[in-house]
Write a protein that binds this ligand. Sequence first.
Ligand code: NDP
Length: 320
Amino acid sequence: MGARLVTFAAIMENVKCLIIGSGPAGYTAAIYAARAGLKPVMYTGPQPGGQLMITNDVENYPGYPEGRMGPEMMEDFRRQAERFETDIRNEMITKVDFSGPIHKVWTEGGHEIHTPAVIIATGASAKWLGIPGEDRLQNAGVSACAVCDGFFYRKQVVAIVGAGDTAAEESTYLAKICSEVHLLVRRDEMRASKIMQERVLNTPNLIVHWNTEAKEVLGQDVVEGIRIINNKTGETSVLNVTGFFVAIGHQPNTGIFADWLNQDESGYLIATPGRTLTNIPGVFACGDAQDKIYRQAVTAAGTGCMAALDAERYLVEHGY
Ligand code: NDP
């Protein structure tokens, strides 16, 4: 009986401010929350550091004039959050209950946390095609972010897959940097908005391949080409490219919140415009989990700061 009571006490914990996720949004929220005395506890999730852990050079984050490797930058973020005594735990949150003013959250190990303030910074994951070579050559010519990596392919020939607004936007962005861009569209039409499609079709060095799918990424150590197939005729060919961009959408990591928080049709959390407030008082959303438009490290960090300030204000107003 005594032993059971001890076990129970050991798996319950009260926390003033809980942060879920450890990309630029989560770490920035931690830095602000910690400096405001909220003693934040952060659960990093399955990929500590988030999407930047799978990028090479980050050259567009202000304050790093020489650029910084994605993993090194996230180590900087982590050290800064730890300097102000954020309690960082490399574990995953698997369940939440936002039914009361005190929110309940469970870790994969069964640890139960009670907290009045939760900051969600779980991010989003790029969708991949799952074709041979794609995984092996990531960061060696394969990328899911043209804005992040396009610069490394200036004056080169690249290919990009997708037919939505992201593919339209990223392909026209790449066309400004690269000598030639091949956009692979699997159907005979694009899903992107009309204006974006017009931009694609009016860009001279942007070549659209309709009814075309990528079957394999070729190259030993770096991307050297793409094997493509015309799914109408069955004809296969090789495109000689040095960069291969995948722009077929992102999946926000918000599944565990679906029963509680308002989400759009793709699963992105809906926050009050210009704020980080969700439909549940004391639960705040920041970073890519609530942003399908910008998706940049610096914008994620900005909303992470906002979430910590919103949480701090909420805690003061509610007497915590
Ligand atoms: P979408 O889900 O809109 O589009 C994904 C595209 O990828 C589709 O065209 C789909 O083709 C294609 N696709 C999916 N799987 C494969 C595959 N295996 N092989 C080849 N092609 C594939 O994602 P986006 O990221 O483009 O956009 C997400 C949301 O964000 C949208 O609501 C969009 O409007 C919005 N957005 C808005 C922007 C803006 O306003 N500036 C900028 C960027 C995004 P198919 O059409 O055949 O299904």
